[in-house]
Design a protein around this ligand. Structure first.
Ligand code: AKB
Length: 334
């Protein structure tokens, strides 16, 4: 039995994760294995999953019966549904993005209802916002008028989750993630991904061409905070989870020029140039920071990572990975 930071005891369970090799999935799977053990975790993705010591399976989540088969075979009690196309990639294939993001989520909800899965997690995003709203400290209950297909799918996804909770009593929980920053995977088609790529460029000592303007301020979160928020929300007593659409969570807000300045503490010669493209228009529709009072009140959310701490982690870990791969190459050539 695992005790969360909020001292809630966690029962042994069987957990299905879709989109397990994505940016959040690859880290969340390891954290969930740490809680429940590798035998209780089924990591699935549309492409083969490498280097995981739990059950792994290919899964196209647009196939509801395939989800049902896995639930029945492994007596699944909880699902973290992470499979999705992100904002920038989504604009290249709007109808496919809707299919992947919405059909798969409805399949997870429906399969959960049919098979009596207890608890389901839906990853929403700052992309639910758009149009006229307060950019700073954006309230959770602002009007949601997203301009991207990804954002539309997240708004509808939140509403479907709330519907399954009210109509069928399915314990659906959800977070609106800011841009997630992690070193474990490469950028994956999001608008906030410049803040991942920039660290790769810094560590490989190349300059960085940013597709956003230097003063574009967006909310971001380090992956450890994102994973901790997810697990704390999922393990909090059901009655305290008041919001069944999705909770705002704020990590730290910064601009591309703030990241460059932060990286310069380690690499003084590091520079960036700026060539805004279509992603600027997406970022301009999003909040600069989020009001996350409801998450703080209902289940005691509190971020730990500042920009400086994120830079230290990103640079340290990417350097370690680079050195390990150089050593590996040496070994191969010997
Ligand atoms: C994206 O940029 O598309 C994602 C997100 C903010 O949901 N990282």
């Amino acid at each position: 039995m695992y005790i969360c930071e909020n001292n809630q005891a966690v029962k042994k369970n069987s957990i299905l994760i879709t989109g397990a090799s994505g940016q959040l999935g690859s880290v969340l799977v390891e954290a969930i294995i740490g809680i429940y053990g590798s035998n209780s975790v089924i990591a699935t993705d549309i492409k083969p999953i490498e280097n995981s010591n739990c059950h792994t399976k290919l899964l196209d989540a647009t196939d509801q019966e395939a989800i049902v088969q896995i639930i029945l075979k492994h007596n699944v009690t909880e699902i973290y549904h992470l499979a999705a196309v992100l904002s920038a990639n989504g604009e290249a294939h709007p109808t496919r993005t809707w299919d992947v993001n919405m059909v798969s989520w409805l399949n997870v909800l429906e399969a959960s209802r049919r098979c009596q899965v207890q608890k389901v997690f839906f990853p929403s995003s700052i992309a639910v916002y758009g149009g006229q709203f307060e950019r700073e400290n954006t309230p959770q209950n602002s009007a949601l008028n997203p301009a991207t297909v990804y954002g539309m799918s997240k708004v509808s996804g939140e509403q479907w989750g709330q519907y399954y909770f009210s109509r069928y009593g399915l314990d659906v929980r959800s977070l609106r993630y800011p841009g997630i920053i992690s070193y474990q995977s490469l950028p994956g088609g999001g608008t906030t991904d410049y803040a991942v790529d920039i660290y790769h460029k810094a560590v490989s000592q190349t300059s960085f061409n940013c597709y956003l303007k230097p003063d574009t301020k967006l909310p971001m979160i380090y992956v450890d905070d994102a994973v901790r928020a997810t697990l704390e929300l999922m393990h909090f007593p059901e009655a305290s989870v008041k919001t069944r659409a999705s909770y705002n969570i704020q990590g730290v807000s910064f601009t591309p020029e703030d990241v460059v300045a932060s990286i310069q503490l380690w690499y003084p010669g590091f520079t960036a140039s700026y060539q805004p493209d279509f992603r600027q228009a997406i970022a301009d529709q999003w909040p600069s920071s989020l009001d996350d009072r409801e998450a703080r009140t209902d289940w005691h959310w509190k971020p730990k990572y500042t920009l400086k701490k994120i830079s230290r982690k990103m640079i340290g870990n990417l350097k370690a990975l680079k050195n390990a791969s150089i050593k590996n190459e040496d070994y191969v050539t010997l």
